[in-house]
Design a protein around this ligand. Structure first.
Ligand code: DON
Length: 581
């Protein structure tokens, strides 16, 4: 692996733009990529996507195969009991659409249910067990993708996931470690114990992990479509399992779940057209704000400290607005025009002092903690020019920990992404008010930010898990592509983060040189010491993220992938093929 410090260096060196050489070939740019590129957080999922392409499927069929296989092999991160966002690009029409399969709030999950008798926030209820879970969205997304965008029957695209659930796969270190971290919660529930304990012992690295109930649940989905999960046998089991643990879901709200199609957000940054996630993700709005603040600067000409200062100040401002304005657009009026306007960004830029950190409380707010991460992302480009950026989640490690008996489906704990108690930070230290208060059927605000980049020479697809840090990782990834980095280098970039509150720069070990840290401290920035609870740390990790990205270089007509080196079981693969038409 190339040392991280080298990437920092690469990041700041002004790259000789490949664009010079590219100008000559631009007029003869190929209309289609030479094959398929898929990057995901698990090699079995990447392979599932390629297998479906080999059977004549397109990127959207492959997305179902990758997403459903991730749901089987990464229960720690996402699954049928959770939700996700899928950004699609149709190579033929050039159209982009955002598929919102975010979970929705059950009607019973009103804010008062998350308070202790003394009025304090009941964090256990928000994160663990039935009250933590929203109505799942991912299974509905598979059905929607297959019916509207895929070429193969749902059955074919779900086949690899069903096989892997039934035959099993080797437990990897991160999965076993995550289980230990969540063990106390997981083992509270009978249905979860039945899946994760073998002869009374928890799964460990190297075990073959089989999920026969999940295979059957997937089969019902494959055979009956939407009704195979949201009505009938599976729905019955889900409702009974939630009820048995004291939760309250209704058959009506399960059967009433709908995927939403939304227009993605788009804006220009330097030569790039950026296409990204609209609300109920907060990621696209924040990216628009941050990059429109930053596009007035030539970052490649600045030293590390000056550049980091400006990037951090843009992060701080975007996260302040996230806190107050963003929520489910079906329920709240979001001042989108203002928030995404270049004039508004110019106004925010004018409040940045180039020499000094702006204390976050001058932008108003409270003190908050941060947490570690799960969720998963995959990126696909196929030979027809179709693209998918998919980010999906059950929220925290193994979601709510609850598997309703007989389903194999681990339910999410996405309710914690609502502002359950106004102004009280959630597990990622971000908070909110009315815009993100829970209401029956409302989607909780997300940070998931599946994104496309397109310039005259290149197309890139990227995204990552990481809670609120998703947004800043995608920002740094875009800046990396803009600096000329290749996908693997983008996935490996060292990371830093600021989210307005707490008013601290958090960074991976060695992400910034000691000299830069000193300069930034002299400018008034403060750094988070990992795990320091006095600063609100809850075991914050020293590295974070799991960025998966693919790129099509039109000047050379080559595909490349980048899979985050922090995750040893991820895989980016490219397969050359003639486009099927
Ligand atoms: O939607 C969101 O923003 C969160 N539920 C994502 C959770 C996540 O990335 C977990 N990993 N840190």
């Amino acid at each position: 692996m190339i040392p991280r410090r080298l990437f920092v260096l690469l990041f700041f060196v002004a790259f000789v733009p490949a664009a010079l050489a590219a100008d000559a070939v631009r007029s003869s740019a190929p209309s289609h990529p030479p094959g398929t590129a898929i990057a995901s957080a698990h090699a079995l999922a990447t392979q599932a996507g390629l297998d479906v392409i080999a059977q004549g499927g397109n990127a959207f069929d492959a997305a179902i195969a990758v997403s459903s296989t991730l749901s089987v092999v990464e229960p720690i991160s996402s699954g049928l009991g959770g939700g996700g966002f899928f950004l699609l690009h149709d190579g033929k029409t050039g159209k982009d659409v955002f598929i919102d399969a975010r979970e929705t709030a059950p009607a019973a999950s009103t804010p008062d249910k998350y308070l202790l008798p003394n009025g304090d926030f009941n964090r256990d209820r928000a994160e663990n067990g039935p009250w933590a879970a929203g109505i799942p969205g991912l299974p509905a997304a598979f059905v929607h993708l297959a019916e509207k965008y895929g070429r193969l029957p749902l059955k074919a695209s779900l086949a690899p996931a069903i096989r892997t659930a039934r035959e099993g796969f080797p437990v990897y270190a991160r999965m076993a470690r995550g289980y230990q971290a969540r063990r106390e919660v997981m083992e509270r529930y009978k249905g979860t114990r039945a899946v994760y304990l073998v002869d009374g012992k928890p799964i460990k690295e190297g075990d073959v992990f089989r999920q026969p109930d999940l295979a059957r649940t997937l089969e019902r989905l494959a055979a009956q479509g939407f009704d195979g999960f949201y009505r009938g046998e599976t729905a019955k089991l889900l409702l009974a399992g939630v009820k048995a643990e004291g939760g309250q879901w209704t058959a009506k709200e399960l059967a009433g779940y709908t995927v939403r199609e939304r227009a993605p957000l788009t804006f220009k940054y330097n030569d790039w057209q950026v296409t990204t996630a609209p609300p109920p993700s907060s990621g696209g709005v924040a990216l628009t704000q941050m990059l429109q603040i930053l596009d007035a600067y030539d970052l490649s000409k600045l030293d590390e400290a000056q550049r980091t200062h400006l990037v951090v100040e843009s992060m701080r401002r975007a996260f302040r607005d996230r806190t107050f304005y963003l929520g489910d657009p079906d329920f709240v009026e979001i001042p989108m025009k203002t928030l995404t306007s270049p004039y508004y960004a110019a106004g925010l830029r004018a409040t940045i002092n180039p020499q000094k950190a702006t204390p976050s409380d001058q932008l108003s707010g409270l003190q908050t903690p941060l947490e570690d991460e799960e969720t998963t992302h995959f990126s696909i480009i196929d030979a027809e020019g179709n693209r998918v950026a998919g980010t999906q989640t059950v929220n925290l490690l193994y979601g709510s920990g609850l598997v309703p008996p007989g389903t194999g489906v681990l339910l999410n704990n996405e309710m914690d992404d609502f502002a359950l108690k106004p102004g009280t930070p959630n597990a990622f230290g971000v908070m909110g008010y009315d815009a993100n208060a829970p209401k029956p059927g409302k989607r909780m605000l997300s940070s998931m930010t599946p994104t496309f980049l397109e310039s005259p020479d290149k197309v890139a697809v990227l995204g990552t898990p990481g809670g609120s840090r998703i947004i800043t990782m995608v920002l740094l990834g875009i800046l990396g592509y803009d600096a000329g980095l290749e996908p693997q280098a983008v996935a490996a970039l060292p990371r830093f983060h600021h989210q307005w509150m707490p008013d601290l720069i958090e960074m991976e070990t060695d992400a910034l040189s000691p000299a830069t840290q000193q300069t930034l401290e002299a400018m008034g920035h403060r750094f988070k010491v990992p795990g320091n609870s006095a600063q609100g740390g809850r075991g914050s990790s020293h590295v974070w993220g799991n960025l998966q990205t693919v790129e099509w270089d039109k000047t050379t007509n080559t595909l490349m992938g980048g899979s985050d080196p922090r995750n040893p079981v991820g895989a980016a693969k490219v397969v050359e093929s003639a486009p099927s038409r």
